[in-house]
Write a protein that binds this ligand. Structure first.
Ligand code: DAH
Length: 352
């Protein structure tokens, strides 16, 4: 048995050397000291078979072996644990010199930027904001705005009709379908029906026309409509309001001019040009060498429109104006093609 103890001690040396992880070491510990069938407990249990005169020597050798194995296992266990925790620490270490991951921030769409700026400018002047409905009846989109059923001005607003009859004004059904509004001017009628003057409203939203898609046209686009009704309002108020707005949106050095025009719902009517934002009026390719860019339509609200909503034109007067928000965004951010605004290409949108 003394030989056996010697051999076991010897074998232990090499098995200990090859155990490189705490898991392997644990396996080794169980092999030698496991309560069930562990090498050392088995040897102790065999002590009673040893002849009396050898018992003391074998017992001593066995005790020594157990103590040596225990202390060597313990020592190696401590070494491996330290190494493993050092390795783990170096893995977990935070390298503060690494560039940070930038969070993905959203961007405002150019049309949203222009709309919000416009809403701020007019809110500051006391206008309330009302987007109005996109699905509209013929009355609000056309007739109350003085487009009679066969008025040629309807041809300029080629309309999408919705295949559903709309209610007549007397509450019955009229043989006229709903339509997608062709302009935001419908809000003039809806607002004036709901609020007695004085009223000041700005309405921004989507409008629809059966247009070909070109560089400047799209079947859906965005408009802003503003109007004001009060006592003693004249065209000077309109001009001052628009001049203030254009300078705020496009810069203090912007100039504007009014040209006579025609809209069924305003009299007199005008189109407004502003000095070209690119050449400041000198003449360039964008403004076809004229120095001016057409920006909006406007006029004094037609007396018939006021009568249509029960407002006495002898007592009240007002002005209205309408413009394309997409066009404003294209001018402000120098975007040549309207489709760029609706393609949702992130490489474009991330620039705003
Ligand atoms: N509704 C017109 C259009 O879509 C734009 C417009 C012109 C609005 C003159 C107005 C205005 O309020 O006075 O073409």
């Amino acid at each position: 048995m003394l030989d056996e103890i010697k051999r076991i001690g010897h074998d232990f040396e090499s098995t200990l050397k090859s155990a490189g992880t705490s898991a392997a070491l644990e396996e080794l510990r169980v092999h030698y000291f496991g309560r069930k069938g562990g090498v050392i407990p088995t040897l102790f249990s065999r002590l009673k078979e040893v002849a009396k005169e050898q018992k003391k020597d074998v017992g001593d050798a066995l005790n020594k072996l157990r103590d040596r194995l225990e202390s060597e296992l313990k020592e190696k266990h401590e070494r491996i644990a330290t190494e493993e925790s050092a390795r783990k620490q170096s893995r977990d270490i935070i390298d503060v010199t690494l560039p940070a991951r930038t969070p993905h921030l959203g961007h405002l769409h150019p049309v949203t930027i222009v709309r919000r700026e416009m809403e701020t400018i007019f809110s500051e002047m006391g206008y309330s904001l009302d987007p109005g409905p996109e699905i509209e009846t013929d009355w609000y989109n056309f007739e109350a705005l003085n487009f009679t059923p066969d008025h040629p001005a309807r041809d300029t607003q080629d309309t999408f009709f919705v295949d559903v009859e709309s209610p007549a004004r007397d509450g019955g059904m009229k043989d006229l379908p709903y339509l997608l509004r062709t302009h935001t001017s419908n809000v003039q009628i809806r607002s004036m029906e709901n609020h007695r003057p004085p009223v000041k409203v700005l309405s921004c939203g989507r409008v629809y026309r059966r247009d070909e898609i070109t560089m400047r046209r799209s079947p859906m686009f965005h408009q802003a409509e503003g109007f004001l009704v009060d006592k003693g309002i004249h065209i000077g108020h309109l001009r001052a309001t628009l001049e203030h707005f254009i300078k705020r949106l496009f810069g203090e050095d912007s100039k504007m001019r009014m040209r006579p025009s025609f809209f069924p719902f305003t009299e007199p009517s005008a189109e407004v040009d502003m000095s070209c934002v690119f050449c400041k009026g000198a003449g360039c390719g964008t403004c076809s060498q004229t120095g001016w860019m057409e920006i909006l339509g406007c006029g004094m609200i037609h007396p018939q429109v006021l009568r249509n909503v029960g407002i006495d034109p002898e007592e009240w007067s007002g002005f209205a104006f309408g413009l394309g928000l997409d066009r404003c965004a294209m001018i402000k951010f120098d975007i040549p093609n309207i489709r760029t605004l609706f393609e949702n290409d992130l490489r474009v949108l991330e620039q705003f």
